[in-house]
Design a protein around this ligand. Structure first.
Ligand code: ADP
Ligand code: MG
Length: 354
């Protein structure tokens, strides 16, 4: 079922294997996740708009007895793109083939996958923005005309034999919709954009997962874990597993509020879902650099990390949360950063001397 070893959201993260609040999953974690994946659209929590629209697309296609339009799913890692791709196939009663942009090295790899598709199958292409250009061009034609040109022979004697394909549906997933070339984007009849979940939705994800894991999760603990999960179901499920460990080893097996707090303290995930690196960036910015502006490289040296790590691993969430700002002169601490560290918020520049 898997073609060429699918990778997931591969944007490589040098830091973070030891952190609980990074949105990307590693290989062992994917096995744990598979057990928690909703199988049908009505089990999928939140994302009401996308769920509604998708449900129409799928029901209409089923009613007509035809493969639906190609579907593009975009959004940050850990929000449910892979889960939805699997759900689409399940709802259609179709089989699913899985591959990814990075797994397809040559156009020929993609031609081989396409020419083996059977009628009505769903082809899931994860990280579709990382497809190589020649493969991308082959894919346009296949998606639009259900045709693939198979190259026979080599060099000057090579010729292209057009092969027509049975109707099928491409489900593409991307964390970077902006990187998709317009011609490829245009071939998708439906695009669903996934957004961060609110705490109430994450609580429902957690309650559902606890049920599947067979662990007693208190509602107050669910709320506590949800509020530290950065709007991301993957992180919520991960924190839940760690709280379960704590409850089993150091507690009485109950996932209570106290157990959740103690476990997350051990793992250094604070009330806002910040980890050690996030906090040391804030700390350096406020305490050492007076709130900035300070250049990325200087800031990175202060926390003992590579600038790239600070920029790609820590900053996106800190910026999203309104804790820090990026200006042309460097990084600045915003008032919530000071508050989070328990420091007095300095008066805005310019008001100091009247
Ligand atoms: N809406 C949802 N309801 C319940 N669980 C979800 C939902 N979205 C994601 N998850 C869970 O979060 C984890 C990551 O989801 P996944 O589909 O792999 O994210 P993505 O492909 O966008 O990175 C999976 O274990 C999945 O079960
Ligand atoms: Mg995925």
């Amino acid at each position: 079922m898997e073609v060429g070893g699918a990778e997931e959201d591969g944007d490589v993260e040098p830091y973070g294997a030891e952190s609980l609040v990074r949105p990307v999953a590693d290989e062992p974690e994917r096995a744990a996740e598979a057990a928690l994946r909703p199988r049908r659209l009505d089990e999928f929590v939140g994302q009401r708009v996308v769920r509604d629209q998708l449900s129409l697309v799928l029901q209409a296609a089923l009613g007509r007895g035809r493969a639906p339009d190609h579907v593009l799913l975009s959004g940050p890692p850990g929000l449910g793109k892979t889960t939805l791709a699997m759900i689409i196939a399940a709802e259609l009663g179709a089989s699913l083939r899985v591959t990814s942009g990075p797994a397809i090295q040559h156009a020929g790899d993609l031609a081989a996958v396409l020419s083996s598709l059977e009628e009505g199958e769903v082809l899931f292409i994860d990280e579709i923005h990382r497809l190589a250009r020649p493969a991308e061009e082959l894919l346009y034609v296949a998606m639009e005309d259900f045709r693939v040109d198979v190259i026979v022979g080599k060099g000057a004697g090579a010729s292209a034999i057009p092969l027509s394909l049975p109707p099928f549906t491409v489900v593409g997933a991307t964390t970077r919709a902006g990187l998709l070339p317009a011609p490829l984007r245009d071939r998708f009849g439906f695009t669903g954009h996934l957004d961060f979940y609110d705490d109430a939705e994450l609580e429902r994800v957690l309650v559902r997962s606890a049920g599947l894991l067979g662990v007693p999760l208190d509602v107050t603990a669910a709320a506590e874990i949800a509020s530290r999960s950065r709007g991301t179901p993957r992180i919520a499920n991960r924190l839940l597993r760690r709280v379960r460990d704590w409850a089993q080893v150091r507690g009485d097996g109950m996932l209570s509020l106290a157990a959740a707090r103690s476990a997350l303290e051990v793992y250094e995930v604070d009330e806002r879902g910040l980890d050690r690196l996030d906090r040391s960036v804030l700390d350096a910015l406020c305490r050492r650099f007076g709130g900035g502006p300070v250049g990325l490289t200087t800031l990175a040296v202060a926390v003992g990390e590579e600038p790239e790590t600070v920029e790609t691993v820590a900053e996106p969430f800190l910026v999203r949360e309104g804790l820090i700002g990026r200006t042309s002169r460097g990084r600045v601490a915003l008032p919530p950063a000071w508050e989070h560290l328990g420091l007095p918020v300095p008066p805005p520049a310019g008001t100091l001397f009247g």
